[in-house]
Design a protein around this ligand. Structure first.
Ligand code: PRP
Ligand code: URA
Length: 206
């Protein structure tokens, strides 16, 4: 299922990020803030379990998160979303998948993977600012499923219909959450209007 978050603060910060005049520091800070706002929305349906606790007044029943949350940033650009989400879910564990797109074929190449244990019992959130062809996100989700992950959400800032269709075809069980659904991919596989190369803008590598 696709959810496009519609919130004025997210839209405003995304506008700042899209602008060619926004430098590395402001791009990074806005990404951090948007990820935090998205965390609030994507955590709405986290399951709760009943616990018995003692308040200063009496023993009572209350609720706590029932499952571990695992964040999986797709390197590099997904790293820029981790801290903003950890601010809201500080108990989350963090795994990493290293993928880069071959610039000619646009096929994802894997170079790293390291995950916390018990993925099968966790809510796994795959993080990447950009959902372009969907190849990278699809490959990351396949790797996670091979490691046992069952409940997976894909959380991206900007996506296009092509990328959404790819995930819906390859992984119909995965919820997709976007901050914006853009128009299309251009002839070299970049999202338009988009925000350019997310990794380069986060890390100042161009
Ligand atoms: C970007 C982006 C996604 C991928 C999206 O990463 O962060 O991971 O491209 O494209 P896709 O949907 O067509 O696979 P990139 O390969 O540029 O690597 P980087 O994060 O290291 O810059
Ligand atoms: N990766 C990016 O960083 N930007 C795009 O527009 C597409 C893929």
């Amino acid at each position: 299922m696709l959810t496009v978050l519609n919130h004025p603060l997210i839209t405003h910060k995304l506008t700042v990020m899209r602008s060619i005049n926004t430098g590395t520091k402001d791009f990074r800070e806005n990404l951090d803030e948007v990820a935090g706002l998205m965390a609030y929305e994507i955590s709405r349906d986290l399951p709760l379990s009943k616990v018995r606790i003692e308040t200063p007044m009496q023993i009572t029943e209350s609720y706590e998160l029932a499952k571990s949350v695992v964040l999986i940033p797709i390197l590099r650009a997904g790293l820029g979303m981790v801290d903003g989400i950890l601010d809201l879910i500080p108990t989350a564990k963090v795994g990493h998948v290293g993928l880069y797109r071959n610039e000619e074929t646009l096929e994802p190449q894997q170079y790293y993977a390291k995950f916390p244990p018990n993925l099968a019992d966790s809510v796994v959130m795959v993080l990447d600012p950009m959902l372009a062809t969907g190849g990278s996100a699809s490959a990351a989700i396949t790797i996670l499923k091979e490691k046992g992950a069952k409940t997976i959400k894909l959380v991206c800032l900007v996506g296009v219909p092509e990328g959404v269709a790819r995930i819906e075809k390859d992984h119909p069980d995965v919820d997709i959450v976007l901050a914006a659904l853009d128009e299309k991919l251009n002839e070299i596989g970049y999202i338009v209007p988009g925000l350019g190369d997310a990794g380069d803008r986060i890390f100042g590598t161009k």
